[in-house]
Design a protein around this ligand. Structure first.
Ligand code: MG
Length: 341
């Protein structure tokens, strides 16, 4: 199998600020795998939080040379459980890129869109939220206006003055709002905030407390009047059952778990444990976002806006109409390169 890896520097429309960092640019990699004349696309958007960056992706790709032999299904198995899993253990975004490109090939070989290969109904995609990063009040106003097409907003919190900004967004937008604190609160603050957020009819809160503070998360799950969705706490399928008593649901991202194959296993495990499921993303092109969107008929909440937050997405794929994700009906992922990127 032939592999080509293209580095792409994505520029967010606004500097993307959350409680622990600000991103001015984001380096991602689009993988092209070619098998028997069929080209499959996948993407790695390496998350620094989990120890990956552009350098670790290049290193990992170097280790793959001459190992990508065999058919797509055999390779997916080796990535999930075999020799390639060992080599790429700390490179979840690279596993995600390979696994996704292989699913694209499987779909194209069958002449069917990925959702159909997975047996999913494209009419059942949820609405996606659009994320409002931390910013000055006037900039927040502008972002809310720019988000007119989206029915749900996600507010980043976990910094001084966040409640006042939240009130401003509620008043200006009148929309359903969910909140992500990115581990920004201690347990006392989180409890107090969850009570206030419930009064403001906030839909749910994502990762209010640091993932290491497991006892605090258990306490919060018991006492919070709104659902708590775990993000930083849950990376792999094993985390799902281990953390079941620390939140009401989990946020699955292809770049954390290593692609569509492990994401499917996580969704199954979460349902067994009675947990809600959300699909999230990093800053990504339409390749990574469309891959995740094909799984969205299986989940309760989608936050698949990474491609919408950048100025220079070189691909098209999933779109948003009336706030809802609309899957492309081309074979495989259904993504295409923009003609004049
Ligand atoms: Mg999050």
């Amino acid at each position: 199998m032939k592999i080509t890896v293209e580095p792409i520097r994505l520029t967010p429309r606004h500097p993307f600020r959350i409680s622990r960092e600000t991103q001015l640019v984001r380096d991602v990699f689009v993988f092209e795998l070619e098998w028997e004349g069929i080209v499959g696309y996948g993407e790695a958007s390496p998350p620094p939080y989990y120890g990956e960056d552009a350098k670790t992706v290049v290193e990992a790709v170097g280790k793959l040379k001459k190992r990508l032999h065999g058919d797509p299904e055999g390779l997916q198995e080796r990535i999930a459980h075999g020799d390639l899993r060992k080599i790429l253990d700390r490179h979840a975004s690279v596993r995600a890129a390979l696994d996704t490109a292989l699913w694209d090939i499987v779909g194209k070989r069958a002449g069917k869109p990925l959702y159909e290969i997975l047996g999913l109904d494209p009419a059942r995609t949820p609405a996606t939220s659009f994320t409002i990063g931390i910013d000055a009040p006037e900039v927040i106003d502008r972002k809310v206006d720019e988000a007119a097409a989206y029915h749900i907003l996600k507010m980043k919190m976990g910094f001084p003055g966040d409640l006042a900004l939240l009130d401003r967004v509620i008043a200006r937008s009148g929309k359903t709002i969910r909140v992500d604190a990115n581990e920004g609160w201690d347990v006392e603050t989180a409890l107090q905030m969850c009570r206030e957020l419930a009064e403001k009819r906030i839909e749910f809160v994502e990762q209010p407390i640091r993932h290491e503070n497991e006892e605090d998360l258990r306490t919060l799950k018991r006492l919070s009047p709104i659902p708590v969705i775990l993000d930083e706490s849950v990376r792999t399928v094993d985390d799902v059952s281990a953390r079941r008593d620390q939140g009401h649901g989990i946020n699955i991202k292809l770049m954390k778990c290593g692609g569509i194959t492990p994401a499917l296993a996580m969704i199954e495990s979460a349902r067994r444990e009675g947990l809600r499921v959300m699909l999230g993303c990093m800053i990504e092109t339409s390749v990574g976002i469309t891959a995740a969107a094909h799984l969205s008929p299986l989940v309760d909440y989608a936050d698949l806006d990474g491609n919408l937050l950048v100025k220079n997405d070189p691909f098209t794929g999933v779109t948003v109409q009336n706030g809802k994700l609309v899957l492309p009906d081309g074979a495989g992922l259904g993504v295409t390169r923009r003609v004049s990127a």
